[in-house]
Design a binder for this molecule. Structure first.
Ligand code: GLA
Length: 395
């Protein structure tokens, strides 16, 4: 049996008397389309085999009992007393609160969770915590919300108690992921299509800079505001309603003198990234991973120079990747200011690249980077049949 799932299951049995339902809730990667989900753009995420496991059972009371294995902390609270607290507690309580806000009667449950996503690595452990719990509550209490409704509920939850104004990408990937496919999500319409990812000869590897993105949530909200500010001027000057209506980056020159240099750079990045993601989707459909990868490098340059959400460590990792012919695409992934780079590399080049990168990074920053090869898996799902995971699958 998968060790983590088994552990979550047994910690539950030690603490509570009933038999729990088990769920797997994945973290996510994003190939391209960064910081555009809240700007009506396109994103290309996928659910991965690093995630959160939940063991959960109704307890016939009005009380919620949580135990976080990773934080070694408990929380007991009545549904009627739910309020904003701190840390992980805000994520789980905010999810429950969103069901309550919909007028649904949440009953008490016991819940143990723990996972394999490194904290602050940009693989969206928060969406995994939220998505797994939302999915489980919806199923156990027969609320009948669709997967898309659950993703939107989790997004509202993250806006509410944790107070981070995230876009829809992470929750969507968590809940809608499909094995061996990327999700091409149109964040304007919240409609998606699945594109198969044929990796023959290549692998997807994350390199964790181990820089914890502590700036991420405050700077994230700043970026959002800067984009909103730019959009407001664009609406006045250019007769458009969304970043999507700007067909060519040159058209942005209309507002160059009317906004600060920073706001202009943010908007330019967004318009370019929306265009790049559509190009990338075409290359993926043609199975042209090499051209796809070049766009990933271009995204990194934009995130670093125009959107300014990178850091020396991430720039260094991407530079090493760029210098290695076996790596066809690399960029920082997620909100930025630390966390991981996502890399597509030739299988044969991987070992050598990863060991030289590890040594060079260690030497420059006196920090060990972590390397994760990731597999693309289905979105949040029940794993009640434990034999399934004992049969060798990593989830
Ligand atoms: C975080 C947010 C997402 C998205 C990315 C940047 O992961 O949760 O909504 O905006 O940053 O692309």
């Amino acid at each position: 049996m998968n060790n983590i799932a088994a552990n979550v299951n047994s910690v539950f049995q030690e603490n509570f008397s009933s038999t729990p339902h088990l769920y797997y809730s994945p973290g996510r990667i994003n190939f391209i389309g960064e910081h555009v989900d809240y700007n009506d753009g396109f994103v290309m995420p996928a659910a991965i085999d690093k995630g959160i496991y939940y063991a959960i059972a109704l307890n016939n009371t009005e009380e919620l009992n949580f135990h976080s294995i990773d934080f070694k902390e408990d929380l007991t609270i009545k549904v009627a007393d739910i309020k904003k607290l701190t840390g992980w507690k805000n994520y789980v309580l905010s999810v429950v609160n969103e069901f309550v806000l919909l007028g649904l009667r949440v009953r008490g449950f016991d819940c143990v969770f723990g996972g394999t996503i490194p904290n602050g690595a940009g693989m969206s452990s928060s969406a995994a915590v939220e998505g797994g719990l939302a999915f489980a509550i919806n199923e156990l209490l027969h609320f009948g919300l669709s997967r898309k409704e659950l993703a939107l509920l989790c997004q509202r939850a993250e806006h509410n108690f944790p107070g981070v104004q995230v876009g829809i990408m992470d929750m969507y990937a968590n809940i809608m992921g499909k094995k061996n496919h990327v999700i091409l999500l149109d964040c304007r319409t919240i409609e998606h299509q699945y594109l198969p990812l044929e990796l023959s000869g290549y692998k997807v590897v994350l390199i964790n800079s181990n820089v914890h993105h502590s700036l991420a949530s405050s700077e994230y909200n700043v970026r959002r505001r800067q984009c909103e500010e730019g959009l407001l001027i664009m609406k006045e000057e250019m007769n458009i309603t969304s970043f999507r209506d700007i067909r060519k980056p040159e058209n942005l020159l209309t507002i160059k003198d009317k906004v600060s240099e920073e706001v202009y750079m943010r908007c330019l990045y967004v318009v370019q990234e929306i265009y790049r993601t559509q190009q990338a989707a075409k290359f993926l459909q043609q199975n042209n991973l090499v051209e796809f990868g070049k766009l990933m490098f271009a995204t990194h340059a934009g995130l670093s120079k125009l959107y300014q959400v990178s850091c020396n460590e991430l720039d260094f990792l991407v530079e090493l990747a760029r210098e290695n012919a076996g790596v066809i695409g690399s960029r920082l992934m997620g909100g930025g200011f630390g966390g991981c780079t996502i890399n597509i590399m030739e299988e044969e080049a991987a070992e050598n690249f990863l060991s030289t990168t590890t040594v060079a990074y260690q030497k420059k920053f006196q920090v060990n980077p972590e390397v994760f090869e990731v597999q693309i898996v289905d979105g949040t799902h029940s794993i009640t049949q434990l034999q399934k995971i004992s049969a060798g699958s990593s989830i």
